[in-house]
Structures are given as C-alpha cells and as structure tokens.
Design a binder for this molecule. Structure first.
Ligand code: GLN
Length: 487
C-alpha cells in the first residue's frame, strides 16, 4: 500500500488502528516529494525536521492511548502566502525572498493544535496574482496530468502537490478563483468558503474584500474535515463572522432528492470548450437522475464580472502592496542615492511584471478624478451582482457551472496576453464579488486526459449544502479516484 496515495480519512483509520505511524506516513511523503517534485516543482521549501518532530509527538500520543482528531499526524502543505512563524514566507515574490514571519496565521495555529504535520511551502503566482502559477518569481509548477500544461493558479503549487500525492491535502487562497481553478485543472477538490468563514489573520493581503483561505483535497470528505479545522470567528480578523460552525462531516450524505440546482445561462459562454460543456451536461443529467430538480436561472450582471473584479482587486492590491518599500520588509535594492530612489529601485527590482501592472492599474482607478468613474462604479455593480445571487437563491439551493471554460492550457500560451488570462476567470470571479461559498470537484476528462472541473455555488454560510451535493456526485462517479501517471 502506497501511503502517499491515501486520503486524510483513510490515513486516520490506519493511525487509530495502529496499522501505521505518522512517522511512516511522513517518510513516505518526503520520499514521494524527492521522486516527483523534480518534474512538478510544487514546493518552494521543505520543513522536514519539524515535520518529523511533530509526527513523533502524535505517534507518542497514540502509543499512550490518547484520542486523536481527524487531522493529527496527517502531512499537509501550505501555499506560501500564509505566515508561518520562523519559516520563510515569500508569496513567490523576490521582494519577500527572505521574509521570516514572527507569528503564525490563525489557520496555521488551528492546524497545529489539530496535530497536523506540515511538509513545507508551495509555489504560487506572485502575491496570488494570476491563473497559471507562471507569475511566480521563482519557478514554474507543472500540471501532473501533462507536464507541458499549467497547473492553474494562483494556488497552482497546492493543487499540483495534492494531485501528484506530494501531500495529503493543502491550503490555498482564493481571491477570484485561485483555489477552484487550479483544483479543476489538476483533478482535485477545492473549496472557497464564504467571506468571513475563515480568518484571514496572517494571510498576506492581496485584495482584502475578496481574499479567503480554503482547502484543496483529494475528495469531498477530506474537504469537510479541513473545513472543520480552519473555520470560525477570530477576534484578530474583524471581517471574520461570529457564527457557529457546524460539523461539516454531517453533510456527507447521499441525499439530494428535491434539491434545486440552478443552471445560469450566462455561464455557458462562447469560447467554452466543447468537451467541458459535454462533461457539465452529463453531470447535470446525473443529478437529475438522482432526484435533483434542475432549473434554468439567470445572473444578468455576469458580463461585468471580469471588469469589476479587475478594478476592485487592483485598487485593493495597490493599497495593500504599498507596505513593501524596502524599509519594513524583505528586499532592499543596494543601488540608490536618496530615500525616494531607494523606494523606486526596491519596488522596480523586487516586484514582477504582473504585480507592477496591477499596482499601476489600481493606483490609476483610485486616483482623484477617476475614483468615481472606476472604483465607485465597480463597487455599485458589485452590489448588483450580489443581488443577482440573492434573487437566484430564492429559487434554487445551489448553482452549477463549469469551474473554468477550458481544461489546463499550455505553459506559455497566455503569459503575453494578460487579457486572455483574465478572461479565463469568468466562472469563478462572481463568487468572490458576492462573498458566497463555492466548491470545485472533478467531473470528467478531455480526450487528451486533462481533468475537467464542476463548480457548485451556495448561499452565504451554506457550505454544508455544497458538501452534500458534491459528495453525492462523488459517490456516484469515479473521477476523483483517477491518478496521473508520473513514473
Ligand atoms: N486569477 C485571478 C487573478 O489573477 C484570481 C487570483 C486569485 O484568486 N488569487 O487575480
């Protein structure tokens, strides 16, 4: 039995039956990383020593007969945008290449308390800006299903590491699709929780009104387990919501009779890949045959989503990224005569091209005279988009769409055409603008063997229904069991 190929819940069973130790699991994972990460390039940093110390601690507890939780002793990896105390956290940016946080993000603290074994930090698009992980300041991560393809982004390292069994599960972040789109490209499960469900404390900010941390896992059960561990109010994040967290495992039931699933006509767009469209319709038919009610719905302001998103996220980014000035954090250029030149040289050399593009765009849309025309207008349209969803959720319980219009594209295909890259986020962005939760699950493969993802969107704080509808699909299909061939 190859332990790296198992899920959190499989491994938990083996641990409590004392059939394996956390140390053995951890060794297998580092072995796997050594074998395949040359090809995938998902990891930026490994934390081997601390991982084994943690594994020993959990094994000791088990030997003592102590009860352990679902995640104790399970090896997990982290997108490198989450602050880890004493461990380099770079956001895949040269400007933070040597940044060592002196505190843990709240989600890290929570997972530590659960006894998780952290394997290391994962590659991403610089500051989470991108859809392909090609914007990393350090390396290009490859899709485990086809090494010439992108793994999606910006949590491309997280999705690729889960899909290639280089970790059992991972955390990603999602501002406009960065958990769901890479999960879709790599054939794994990814959930963006409701805005406010998971604390953002210690998540390096990109666009604060949109950012949310969430799990990338091998199946829906593992997603529920991770959601249990990371959700909940945090006094350190004023946007987290003091609302009780249900036990998400209770939603892992195969029962969707009478559930109303909405199909938004605006999401079946021109330029959508025919193989994606076919898989989505097959999924809809499967749901219908299992007893769900399928309803056609409309989200009329969808066409403005990409434009609105790229005004709001760049505006927020320009403000959030002002702190990287060579004084407080990370990199400082060595060549300067005075303070102003120091700022300019540091930012010119420290940031990559896409980050600079967004800072410039964001500064422009916030500037005097343009604010009303761009930022304020975008915020108003955002409200209309939120009302579209509220209206739709009066009629249906969940909304179904593709996660992305195409399977993973080729490395290099869109790097020189930012607009094409932005347009590939059309299905995921509205969810962030409205603050609702959504999940991506595998629902098929293209003729070339590339995974296709299905997105389910839900009401605010109704992650439970998403898990239930996703679980029902998973129990009736086997897409989530397929593995890429990396030997
Ligand atoms: N691809 C989108 C962007 O480039 C979304 C990124 C994200 O969710 N972090 O902004």
């Amino acid at each position: 039995m190859d332990l790296s190929k198992l899920t959190i819940h499989d491994l938990h069973e083996l641990l409590i039956k004392k059939e394996v130790t956390s140390r053995e699991i951890t060794e297998t994972l580092f072995q796997r990383i050594k074998e395949v990460d040359r090809k995938i390039q998902a990891y930026l940093l490994l934390t081997e020593e601390e991982a084994f110390r943690q594994a020993e601690r959990i094994d000791h507890k088990i030997r003592q007969g102590e009860r352990i939780g679902d995640l104790a002793g399970i090896p997990i990896a982290l997108k490198d945008i989450l602050c880890t105390k004493g461990i380099r956290t770079t956001c895949a940016s040269k400007i933070l290449a040597n940044y060592i946080p002196f505190y843990d993000a709240t989600v890290i603290q929570k997972l530590k308390r659960e006894g998780v074994v952290f394997l290391g930090k994962l590659n991403m698009d610089e500051f989470a800006m991108g859809s392909s992980t090609e914007n990393s300041g350090f390396q290009i991560t490859r899709n485990p299903w086809n090494l010439e393809r992108i793994p999606g982004g910006s949590s491309g390292g997280s999705a690729a590491a889960v899909a290639s069994d280089e970790c059992i599960a991972a955390l990603g972040t999602d501002t406009g699709g960065s958990i769901r789109q890479p999960a879709s490209c790599c054939g794994v499960v990814g959930m963006k929780p409701t805005y406010g469900r998971v604390s953002r404390y210690g998540l390096v900010a990109f666009a604060s009104s949109l950012d949310q941390i969430g799990p990338i896992t091998k199946d829906v059960t593992d997603c529920a387990i991770m959601m249990n561990a990371i959700s909940g109010y945090d006094p350190l994040d004023s946007t987290s919501v003091p609302r009780e967290v249900p036990d998400y495992k209770q939603f892992l039931i195969q029962e969707i009779k009478g559930i109303r699933i909405g199909i938004p006509k605006e999401y079946f767009i021109e330029g959508m890949d025919p193989e994606v469209e076919k898989s989505i319709w097959e999924a809809i038919e499967l749901y219908r045959s299992l007893g769900a009610e399928i309803e056609n719905i409309s989200l009329p302001h969808t066409e403005y989503a990409v434009a609105v998103y790229y005004i709001i996220c760049t505006a927020e980014a320009s403000s959030n990224l002002a702190r990287y000035d060579g004084v407080k954090y990370g990199f400082r250029s060595a060549e300067y005569e005075d303070l102003l030149e120091m700022y300019m040289q540091t930012r010119a050399k420290g940031f990559g091209q896409e980050v600079k593009r967004r800072i410039i765009l964001g500064t422009y849309v916030l500037s005097a005279g343009y604010y009303e025309a761009y930022y304020r207008k975008a915020s108003q349209v955002r409200t209309l988009m939120r009302s579209d969803f509220e209206e739709a959720f009066r009629k249906v319980d969940v909304i179904l769409s593709p996660t992305a219009p195409t399977p993973a594209f080729r490395i290099g295909e869109k790097v020189d055409d930012p607009l094409q890259m932005y347009l590939s986020d059309i299905h995921t962005i509205p969810v962030n603008l409205a603050g609702i939760p959504a999940i991506s699950i595998p629902c098929g493969f293209s003729k070339d063997g590339l995974p296709i993802g299905l997105q389910l969107m839900g009401r605010h704080f109704d992650e439970g229904t998403l898990l239930r509808v996703a679980y029902t699909f998973e129990q009736n299909t086997d897409f989530h069991l397929k593995k890429p061939n990396l030997s």
